[in-house]
Design a protein around this ligand. Sequence first.
Ligand code: PLP
Length: 394
Amino acid sequence: MSGRHFLQIPGPTNVPERILRAMDRSVIDHRGGELPPLVFEIVTGLRRIFQTRAGAIALFPASGTGATEAAVVNTLQPGERVLAFNNGAFSHGFAEVARRHGMVVDEVDLPWDRGVPPDLVADALRADAGHTYRAVLVVHNETSTGATTDLAGIRRALDAAQHPAMLLVDAVSSLASLEFRFDEWGVDVALAGSQKGLMLPPGLGILCIGPRALRRSEEVTTPRAFFDWRPVLREMERGYFPYTPATLLLYGLREALRMLEEEGLPQVIARQRRLADAVRAGVRAWGLPLQCREPAEYSHTLTAVVVPEGTDSDAVRRAAEAHFNLSLGAGLGRLAGRVFRIGHLGALNDLEVLATLAGTELAMTVAGIRIPVGGGVAAAQEVLLERYRTPAGR
Ligand code: PLP
Protein backbone atom coordinates (compact mmCIF):
# COMPACT_ATOMS: atom_id res chain seq x y z
CA MET A 1 0.00 0.00 0.00
CA SER A 2 1.42 3.37 -0.88
CA GLY A 3 1.73 6.17 1.66
CA ARG A 4 2.60 5.71 5.27
CA HIS A 5 1.25 3.24 7.78
CA PHE A 6 -0.89 4.80 10.52
CA LEU A 7 0.20 3.07 13.69
CA GLN A 8 -2.52 4.30 16.04
CA ILE A 9 -2.43 1.56 18.63
CA PRO A 10 -1.79 2.72 22.20
CA GLY A 11 1.86 1.81 21.89
CA PRO A 12 4.20 1.11 20.33
CA THR A 13 3.78 4.60 18.91
CA ASN A 14 5.18 6.25 15.80
CA VAL A 15 8.93 6.77 16.00
CA PRO A 16 9.82 10.23 14.67
CA GLU A 17 12.40 10.49 11.85
CA ARG A 18 14.72 12.36 14.16
CA ILE A 19 14.83 9.45 16.59
CA LEU A 20 15.22 6.90 13.79
CA ARG A 21 18.19 8.87 12.49
CA ALA A 22 19.73 9.09 15.95
CA MET A 23 19.63 5.29 16.16
CA ASP A 24 20.87 4.76 12.60
CA ARG A 25 24.54 4.46 13.46
CA SER A 26 27.24 1.93 14.18
CA VAL A 27 27.01 -0.02 17.41
CA ILE A 28 29.47 1.31 19.97
CA ASP A 29 31.69 -0.39 22.53
CA HIS A 30 29.52 -0.48 25.62
CA ARG A 31 32.61 -0.50 27.82
CA GLY A 32 34.23 2.41 26.00
CA GLY A 33 34.37 6.14 26.63
CA GLU A 34 31.27 7.04 24.58
CA LEU A 35 28.82 5.48 26.98
CA PRO A 36 29.03 7.51 30.22
CA PRO A 37 28.06 10.91 28.73
CA LEU A 38 25.15 9.23 26.96
CA VAL A 39 23.96 7.52 30.16
CA PHE A 40 24.34 10.65 32.29
CA GLU A 41 22.33 12.76 29.84
CA ILE A 42 19.60 10.09 29.74
CA VAL A 43 19.41 9.86 33.53
CA THR A 44 19.12 13.64 33.86
CA GLY A 45 16.43 13.78 31.16
CA LEU A 46 14.41 10.92 32.64
CA ARG A 47 14.51 12.51 36.08
CA ARG A 48 12.91 15.58 34.53
CA ILE A 49 10.17 13.51 32.92
CA PHE A 50 9.43 11.66 36.17
CA GLN A 51 9.62 15.02 37.97
CA THR A 52 11.99 13.77 40.60
CA ARG A 53 15.13 14.96 42.31
CA ALA A 54 15.79 11.97 44.51
CA GLY A 55 14.62 9.14 42.26
CA ALA A 56 17.25 6.73 40.92
CA ILE A 57 16.92 5.64 37.31
CA ALA A 58 17.46 2.02 36.26
CA LEU A 59 17.25 0.75 32.68
CA PHE A 60 16.81 -2.82 31.53
CA PRO A 61 16.83 -4.19 28.00
CA ALA A 62 13.26 -5.42 28.47
CA SER A 63 9.68 -4.41 27.85
CA GLY A 64 7.35 -2.85 30.43
CA THR A 65 6.63 -6.30 31.86
CA GLY A 66 10.32 -6.69 32.67
CA ALA A 67 10.26 -3.37 34.50
CA THR A 68 7.16 -4.58 36.40
CA GLU A 69 9.00 -7.70 37.46
CA ALA A 70 12.00 -5.62 38.57
CA ALA A 71 9.72 -3.38 40.66
CA VAL A 72 8.21 -6.40 42.39
CA VAL A 73 11.27 -8.57 43.07
CA ASN A 74 13.34 -5.70 44.42
CA THR A 75 10.81 -4.38 46.90
CA LEU A 76 8.69 -7.31 48.03
CA GLN A 77 9.29 -10.61 49.72
CA PRO A 78 7.36 -13.84 49.07
CA GLY A 79 4.56 -14.14 51.62
CA GLU A 80 4.13 -10.38 52.04
CA ARG A 81 0.71 -8.86 51.49
CA VAL A 82 0.07 -6.33 48.78
CA LEU A 83 -3.04 -4.41 47.81
CA ALA A 84 -3.83 -4.39 44.11
CA PHE A 85 -6.79 -3.46 41.92
CA ASN A 86 -8.28 -5.07 38.89
CA ASN A 87 -9.70 -2.23 36.81
CA GLY A 88 -8.33 -3.46 33.51
CA ALA A 89 -6.05 -6.00 31.86
CA PHE A 90 -2.81 -4.33 32.87
CA SER A 91 -3.68 -3.73 36.50
CA HIS A 92 -4.61 -7.40 36.71
CA GLY A 93 -1.26 -8.18 35.06
CA PHE A 94 0.58 -6.14 37.69
CA ALA A 95 -1.15 -8.11 40.48
CA GLU A 96 -0.35 -11.34 38.68
CA VAL A 97 3.39 -10.61 38.53
CA ALA A 98 3.43 -10.14 42.32
CA ARG A 99 1.33 -13.29 42.82
CA ARG A 100 3.66 -15.40 40.71
CA HIS A 101 6.55 -14.27 42.85
CA GLY A 102 4.80 -15.56 45.94
CA MET A 103 3.35 -12.35 47.33
CA VAL A 104 -0.12 -12.57 48.87
CA VAL A 105 -2.13 -10.28 46.65
CA ASP A 106 -5.47 -8.82 47.67
CA GLU A 107 -6.75 -7.91 44.24
CA VAL A 108 -9.84 -5.73 44.51
CA ASP A 109 -12.20 -6.32 41.59
CA LEU A 110 -13.47 -3.08 40.08
CA PRO A 111 -15.54 -2.35 37.01
CA TRP A 112 -13.37 -1.90 33.95
CA ASP A 113 -14.73 1.55 33.23
CA ARG A 114 -12.84 3.90 35.51
CA GLY A 115 -9.69 4.50 37.55
CA VAL A 116 -9.02 3.28 41.07
CA PRO A 117 -11.13 5.37 43.49
CA PRO A 118 -8.88 6.91 46.17
CA ASP A 119 -11.66 6.46 48.78
CA LEU A 120 -11.58 2.75 48.26
CA VAL A 121 -7.82 2.71 48.80
CA ALA A 122 -8.21 4.76 51.98
CA ASP A 123 -10.86 2.34 53.30
CA ALA A 124 -8.78 -0.74 52.53
CA LEU A 125 -5.75 0.76 54.22
CA ARG A 126 -7.68 1.90 57.30
CA ALA A 127 -9.03 -1.62 57.65
CA ASP A 128 -5.44 -2.89 57.72
CA ALA A 129 -4.77 -1.66 61.24
CA GLY A 130 -1.79 -3.98 61.63
CA HIS A 131 -0.11 -2.45 58.56
CA THR A 132 0.34 -5.81 56.90
CA TYR A 133 0.21 -4.41 53.37
CA ARG A 134 3.74 -3.80 52.17
CA ALA A 135 2.72 -2.10 48.97
CA VAL A 136 -0.14 -0.71 46.94
CA LEU A 137 0.04 -1.48 43.21
CA VAL A 138 -1.61 0.99 40.85
CA VAL A 139 -1.61 1.42 37.08
CA HIS A 140 -1.64 5.16 36.39
CA ASN A 141 -3.22 4.91 32.96
CA GLU A 142 -5.07 1.65 32.28
CA THR A 143 -4.28 1.08 28.62
CA SER A 144 -6.97 -1.55 28.16
CA THR A 145 -9.84 0.79 29.11
CA GLY A 146 -8.58 4.35 28.68
CA ALA A 147 -9.09 5.31 32.34
CA THR A 148 -6.56 7.25 34.40
CA THR A 149 -6.20 6.93 38.15
CA ASP A 150 -5.79 10.05 40.27
CA LEU A 151 -2.39 9.36 41.79
CA ALA A 152 -2.40 12.51 43.90
CA GLY A 153 -5.65 11.17 45.38
CA ILE A 154 -4.08 7.76 46.01
CA ARG A 155 -1.19 9.44 47.82
CA ARG A 156 -3.67 11.42 49.94
CA ALA A 157 -5.46 8.13 50.73
CA LEU A 158 -2.21 6.56 51.94
CA ASP A 159 -1.45 9.62 54.03
CA ALA A 160 -4.98 9.89 55.44
CA ALA A 161 -4.82 6.27 56.56
CA GLN A 162 -1.30 6.89 57.91
CA HIS A 163 -0.31 3.66 56.26
CA PRO A 164 3.36 2.99 55.51
CA ALA A 165 2.77 0.80 52.42
CA MET A 166 4.95 1.60 49.43
CA LEU A 167 3.29 2.98 46.32
CA LEU A 168 4.34 1.09 43.20
CA VAL A 169 3.05 2.64 40.00
CA ASP A 170 2.86 1.38 36.43
CA ALA A 171 3.41 4.47 34.29
CA VAL A 172 3.84 2.56 31.03
CA SER A 173 1.23 4.47 29.04
CA SER A 174 1.38 7.73 30.97
CA LEU A 175 5.04 8.68 31.26
CA ALA A 176 6.03 11.60 29.03
CA SER A 177 2.39 12.11 28.04
CA LEU A 178 0.45 12.80 31.23
CA GLU A 179 1.47 14.75 34.29
CA PHE A 180 3.57 12.46 36.46
CA ARG A 181 4.98 13.81 39.74
CA PHE A 182 7.15 11.16 41.30
CA ASP A 183 8.36 13.23 44.25
CA GLU A 184 5.20 15.20 44.94
CA TRP A 185 3.02 12.10 44.88
CA GLY A 186 5.41 10.14 47.07
CA VAL A 187 5.74 7.33 44.55
CA ASP A 188 8.21 4.67 45.67
CA VAL A 189 8.71 2.95 42.31
CA ALA A 190 7.44 4.00 38.89
CA LEU A 191 7.96 1.75 35.90
CA ALA A 192 7.64 2.40 32.19
CA GLY A 193 8.70 1.23 28.75
CA SER A 194 10.30 2.93 25.78
CA GLN A 195 7.54 2.40 23.23
CA LYS A 196 4.80 4.83 24.25
CA GLY A 197 5.20 8.46 25.27
CA LEU A 198 8.94 8.23 24.78
CA MET A 199 8.38 7.57 21.06
CA LEU A 200 10.96 4.78 20.81
CA PRO A 201 10.72 1.24 19.52
CA PRO A 202 9.97 -1.35 22.23
CA GLY A 203 12.93 -2.74 24.11
CA LEU A 204 13.70 -0.62 27.19
CA GLY A 205 12.24 -1.13 30.64
CA ILE A 206 12.63 2.06 32.67
CA LEU A 207 12.35 2.46 36.43
CA CYS A 208 12.43 5.41 38.76
CA ILE A 209 13.18 4.32 42.30
CA GLY A 210 12.68 6.34 45.46
CA PRO A 211 14.84 6.21 48.61
CA ARG A 212 12.50 3.92 50.55
CA ALA A 213 12.37 1.37 47.75
CA LEU A 214 16.15 1.54 47.43
CA ARG A 215 16.58 0.72 51.09
CA ARG A 216 14.01 -2.02 50.83
CA SER A 217 15.87 -3.66 47.95
CA GLU A 218 18.86 -4.14 50.24
CA GLU A 219 16.68 -5.98 52.77
CA VAL A 220 14.59 -8.33 50.65
CA THR A 221 15.96 -11.78 49.92
CA THR A 222 13.64 -12.46 46.99
CA PRO A 223 15.54 -14.47 44.36
CA ARG A 224 16.56 -12.16 41.52
CA ALA A 225 19.42 -12.07 39.06
CA PHE A 226 18.91 -10.16 35.83
CA PHE A 227 16.23 -7.96 37.41
CA ASP A 228 18.25 -7.17 40.52
CA TRP A 229 18.44 -3.40 40.17
CA ARG A 230 21.32 -2.97 42.64
CA PRO A 231 24.17 -3.83 40.21
CA VAL A 232 22.40 -1.80 37.52
CA LEU A 233 22.26 1.29 39.73
CA ARG A 234 25.88 0.83 40.80
CA GLU A 235 27.11 0.58 37.22
CA MET A 236 24.87 3.37 35.93
CA GLU A 237 26.46 5.68 38.51
CA ARG A 238 29.67 5.20 36.49
CA GLY A 239 27.85 5.45 33.17
CA TYR A 240 27.86 1.74 32.41
CA PHE A 241 25.68 -1.37 32.78
CA PRO A 242 26.28 -4.84 34.24
CA TYR A 243 24.81 -6.37 31.05
CA THR A 244 25.17 -5.52 27.36
CA PRO A 245 22.86 -2.52 26.96
CA ALA A 246 20.62 -1.84 23.99
CA THR A 247 23.10 0.79 22.82
CA LEU A 248 21.19 2.04 19.80
CA LEU A 249 18.00 2.44 21.81
CA LEU A 250 20.01 4.57 24.23
CA TYR A 251 20.87 6.94 21.39
CA GLY A 252 17.20 7.01 20.48
CA LEU A 253 16.24 7.69 24.08
CA ARG A 254 18.66 10.60 24.32
CA GLU A 255 17.14 12.10 21.18
CA ALA A 256 13.61 11.56 22.46
CA LEU A 257 14.45 13.30 25.72
CA ARG A 258 15.97 16.21 23.80
CA MET A 259 12.80 16.49 21.71
CA LEU A 260 10.61 16.46 24.81
CA GLU A 261 12.81 19.11 26.37
CA GLU A 262 12.60 21.30 23.25
CA GLU A 263 8.81 21.11 23.08
CA GLY A 264 8.61 21.41 26.86
CA LEU A 265 6.94 18.82 29.09
CA PRO A 266 3.96 21.07 29.95
CA GLN A 267 3.43 21.71 26.23
CA VAL A 268 3.63 17.99 25.45
CA ILE A 269 1.06 17.26 28.14
CA ALA A 270 -1.20 20.05 26.84
CA ARG A 271 -0.89 18.72 23.26
CA GLN A 272 -1.87 15.22 24.38
CA ARG A 273 -4.84 16.68 26.18
CA ARG A 274 -5.99 18.69 23.17
CA LEU A 275 -5.63 15.76 20.77
CA ALA A 276 -7.49 13.52 23.21
CA ASP A 277 -10.32 16.05 23.45
CA ALA A 278 -10.54 16.06 19.66
CA VAL A 279 -10.69 12.26 19.48
CA ARG A 280 -13.38 12.12 22.16
CA ALA A 281 -15.44 14.75 20.36
CA GLY A 282 -15.19 12.55 17.27
CA VAL A 283 -16.36 9.46 19.12
CA ARG A 284 -19.25 11.39 20.64
CA ALA A 285 -20.31 12.47 17.15
CA TRP A 286 -20.37 8.82 16.11
CA GLY A 287 -22.83 8.20 18.93
CA LEU A 288 -20.65 5.48 20.46
CA PRO A 289 -19.84 5.24 24.17
CA LEU A 290 -16.37 5.33 25.63
CA GLN A 291 -15.31 2.41 27.78
CA CYS A 292 -14.28 4.88 30.50
CA ARG A 293 -17.47 6.24 32.05
CA GLU A 294 -15.91 8.84 34.31
CA PRO A 295 -15.10 12.08 32.43
CA ALA A 296 -12.60 13.24 35.06
CA GLU A 297 -10.68 10.03 34.45
CA TYR A 298 -10.64 10.00 30.65
CA SER A 299 -7.22 9.01 29.45
CA HIS A 300 -5.47 11.59 27.32
CA THR A 301 -3.28 8.95 25.69
CA LEU A 302 -5.82 6.53 24.31
CA THR A 303 -9.56 6.12 23.85
CA ALA A 304 -11.37 2.78 24.05
CA VAL A 305 -14.52 2.91 21.92
CA VAL A 306 -17.42 0.53 22.60
CA VAL A 307 -19.00 -0.89 19.44
CA PRO A 308 -22.78 -1.46 19.21
CA GLU A 309 -24.22 -4.70 20.58
CA GLY A 310 -24.09 -7.42 17.94
CA THR A 311 -21.05 -5.96 16.14
CA ASP A 312 -17.42 -6.98 16.44
CA SER A 313 -14.68 -4.47 17.22
CA ASP A 314 -12.13 -6.80 15.64
CA ALA A 315 -13.95 -6.46 12.33
CA VAL A 316 -13.25 -2.71 12.53
CA ARG A 317 -9.58 -3.37 13.19
CA ARG A 318 -9.37 -5.86 10.34
CA ALA A 319 -11.01 -3.44 7.90
CA ALA A 320 -8.76 -0.60 9.06
CA GLU A 321 -5.65 -2.66 8.49
CA ALA A 322 -6.70 -4.33 5.25
CA HIS A 323 -8.11 -1.32 3.42
CA PHE A 324 -6.70 1.82 5.00
CA ASN A 325 -3.23 0.92 6.30
CA LEU A 326 -4.37 1.94 9.77
CA SER A 327 -3.68 -0.08 12.93
CA LEU A 328 -6.08 0.34 15.85
CA GLY A 329 -5.74 -1.33 19.26
CA ALA A 330 -7.67 -4.51 20.06
CA GLY A 331 -10.04 -5.01 22.96
CA LEU A 332 -8.11 -6.90 25.64
CA GLY A 333 -9.25 -9.58 28.04
CA ARG A 334 -12.97 -9.35 28.73
CA LEU A 335 -13.21 -6.42 26.30
CA ALA A 336 -12.14 -8.54 23.30
CA GLY A 337 -14.52 -7.89 20.42
CA ARG A 338 -16.35 -5.21 22.43
CA VAL A 339 -13.99 -2.24 22.10
CA PHE A 340 -11.30 -0.99 19.80
CA ARG A 341 -8.72 1.45 21.05
CA ILE A 342 -7.40 4.55 19.37
CA GLY A 343 -3.88 5.40 20.50
CA HIS A 344 -3.19 9.13 20.49
CA LEU A 345 0.06 9.38 22.40
CA GLY A 346 3.66 10.01 21.45
CA ALA A 347 4.63 11.89 18.32
CA LEU A 348 1.32 13.07 16.92
CA ASN A 349 -0.22 16.19 15.43
CA ASP A 350 -3.65 17.55 14.53
CA LEU A 351 -3.73 16.21 10.97
CA GLU A 352 -2.64 12.76 12.04
CA VAL A 353 -5.50 12.67 14.53
CA LEU A 354 -7.97 13.75 11.85
CA ALA A 355 -6.64 11.13 9.43
CA THR A 356 -6.94 8.50 12.14
CA LEU A 357 -10.56 9.45 12.80
CA ALA A 358 -11.31 9.52 9.07
CA GLY A 359 -9.77 6.06 8.64
CA THR A 360 -11.69 4.75 11.64
CA GLU A 361 -14.95 6.07 10.19
CA LEU A 362 -14.22 4.32 6.89
CA ALA A 363 -13.28 1.08 8.65
CA MET A 364 -16.39 1.11 10.85
CA THR A 365 -18.58 1.65 7.81
CA VAL A 366 -16.90 -1.20 5.92
CA ALA A 367 -17.37 -3.38 9.02
CA GLY A 368 -21.10 -2.64 9.00
CA ILE A 369 -21.27 -0.18 11.89
CA ARG A 370 -23.51 2.73 11.03
CA ILE A 371 -22.03 6.06 11.99
CA PRO A 372 -22.31 9.49 10.35
CA VAL A 373 -19.32 9.39 7.97
CA GLY A 374 -17.36 12.61 8.36
CA GLY A 375 -19.20 13.50 11.57
CA GLY A 376 -16.37 12.50 13.85
CA VAL A 377 -13.78 14.32 11.77
CA ALA A 378 -15.86 17.50 11.73
CA ALA A 379 -16.39 17.40 15.49
CA ALA A 380 -12.67 16.90 16.06
CA GLN A 381 -11.86 19.77 13.70
CA GLU A 382 -14.05 22.05 15.79
CA VAL A 383 -12.06 21.13 18.91
CA LEU A 384 -8.76 21.65 17.12
CA LEU A 385 -9.89 25.04 15.85
CA GLU A 386 -10.86 26.30 19.29
CA ARG A 387 -7.50 27.79 20.12
CA TYR A 388 -7.47 29.87 16.90
CA ARG A 389 -10.86 31.39 17.49
CA THR A 390 -10.78 34.63 19.37
CA PRO A 391 -13.95 35.39 21.33
CA ALA A 392 -14.61 38.29 18.89
CA GLY A 393 -14.25 36.04 15.87
CA ARG A 394 -16.90 33.59 16.98
N1 PLP B 1 1.30 -1.82 31.71
C1 PLP B 1 0.62 -1.05 30.86
C2 PLP B 1 -0.24 0.05 31.40
C3 PLP B 1 0.70 -1.27 29.49
O1 PLP B 1 0.02 -0.50 28.63
C4 PLP B 1 1.54 -2.32 29.01
C5 PLP B 1 1.63 -2.58 27.58
O2 PLP B 1 0.95 -2.05 26.76
C6 PLP B 1 2.23 -3.07 29.95
C7 PLP B 1 2.10 -2.80 31.27
C8 PLP B 1 3.10 -4.19 29.52
O3 PLP B 1 4.23 -3.65 28.88
P1 PLP B 1 5.00 -4.47 27.77
O4 PLP B 1 3.99 -4.91 26.75
O5 PLP B 1 5.98 -3.44 27.23
O6 PLP B 1 5.69 -5.59 28.43
